[in-house]
Design a protein around this ligand. Structure first.
Ligand SMILES: NC(=O)c1ccc[n+]([C@@H]2O[C@H](COP(=O)([O-])OP(=O)(O)OC[C@H]3O[C@@H](n4cnc5c(N)ncnc54)[C@H](OP(=O)(O)O)[C@@H]3O)[C@@H](O)[C@H]2O)c1
Length: 319
């Protein structure tokens, strides 16, 4: 029987991209998608008719247990910090007979860094090869700390295989119901609303990034590994498009927006953290902090990203 993949977050930006990427490689695999409403389910099946829908949410405990028990792989691509979901999925996986793993889509926001001040560059690049012990010992001051730890501790407790995929900023047009993410599209919206671009502080932070279609490929790869369907795939994340001053992206966005008549000038204001946070409560967090990563362990598997870098995708974001 074709492998059965239980997917949460199927209507989201990354989960929605996982479906076409997986289908392109393994059209016979069953993808069982958790969605919150019947309407969302209908939107999803009109785009991907072969996808099966279960209606519920991350608090639908018995549903999560039951679906995870039946699955060959669970991909948690909804809210990664939802602890109940992790616990229930693990209960289901441990009760199942398929040695199925949990692949949890988390995030590299755990390494957000303003050690030299908001808007200033940090020299620290977090490498999941070299820095793994430190990353695994993060405390509650780090984003995603509780959920990442729970994935590993529940995995050990139930003897269930786990993988955490923790991407940095994700960019590019997705093929799911939700085509765009937060990061840069939110910035474009703010530039439009105030008629001018901005950076936080001096705008010298560096943020690694990965295209949505590349990160979806990483999830497909992990699923393949788990199922033993192929000898691998070639995985790397967080490298391409990284090592670029965040200002570099912002500058290109402002110039493209000016060129399209969306804003009056391509000049950028320098906002304080307080001013930026009045535009969006996460502005300092997202646009004034560093998030520099190096995915050594995936790179060690030999994979390289295939999709264009951030700057090459700015134009399509403004269409
Ligand atoms: N986007 C990025 O740049 C980025 C970077 C690093 C890490 N991540 C992490 O990756 C994960 C997915 O991100 P995304 O960008 O794909 O998010 P998204 O576009 O907002 O999608 C979230 C998905 O999860 C579903 N969902 C959320 N809460 C739920 C709940 N309580 N019960 C059931 N379904 C729920 C949403 O359903 P509805 O459609 O019903 O809302 C949607 O399908 C998140 O944990 C995020 O922190 C994202």
């Amino acid at each position: 029987m074709a492998p059965r993949i239980f997917l949460t977050g199927a209507s989201g930006y990354v989960g929605g991209q996982f479906i076409p990427n997986m289908r392109a490689k393994h059209p016979s695999y069953q993808i069982i998608s958790l969605v919150r409403t019947k309407e969302t389910g209908e939107k999803l099946t009109s785009k991907y008719p072969s996808v099966q829908i279960v209606i519920g949410d991350l608090d639908s405990s018995s549903l999560l247990v039951e679906q995870s028990k039946l699955a060959d792989v669970v991909i948690q691509a909804a809210d990664c910090d939802h602890l109940n979901a992790i616990t229930c999925i693990m209960r289901g996986l441990s009760a199942g007979a398929r040695n199925a793993p949990l692949i949890q889509l988390s995030g590299a926001a755990s390494v957000l860094d303003i050690c030299n001040g908001v808007g200033q560059r940090s020299p620290r690049v977090w490498d999941d090869g070299v820095d793994l012990d430190e990353i695994l010992s993060f405390d509650a001051t780090h984003v995603h700390h509780a959920s990442d730890k729970l994935v590993f501790s529940e995995g050990k407790k139930h003897d269930v295989r786990t993988a955490i995929v923790a991407p940095p900023m994700i960019y590019g047009r997705g093929h799911g119901i939700k085509e765009w993410s937060m990061g840069l599209p939110w910035l474009v919206g703010m530039f439009k609303n105030r008629g001018k671009g901005f950076v936080v502080g001096e705008g010298k932070t560096i943020v690694s990034s990965i295209h949505v279609r590349d990160i979806a490929d990483v999830l497909v790869y992990f699923a393949e590994q788990a199922l033993g369907a192929e000898d691998g795939g070639r995985v790397e994340w967080g490298e391409k498009g990284g090592r670029v001053y965040f200002f570099g992206h912002v500058d290109v966005i402002a110039r493209e927006m000016k060129g399209k008549g969306m804003i009056e000038t391509a000049e950028l204001d320098s906002l304080t953290s307080e001013e930026a946070d009045q535009l969006h409560p996460w502005a300092t967090f997202m646009y004034g902090s560093n998030m520099r990563i190096c995915a050594s362990r995936l790179r060690g598997l030999g994979w390289t990203p295939k999709q264009p870098g951030v700057i090459e995708t700015v134009f399509e974001m403004l269409e």
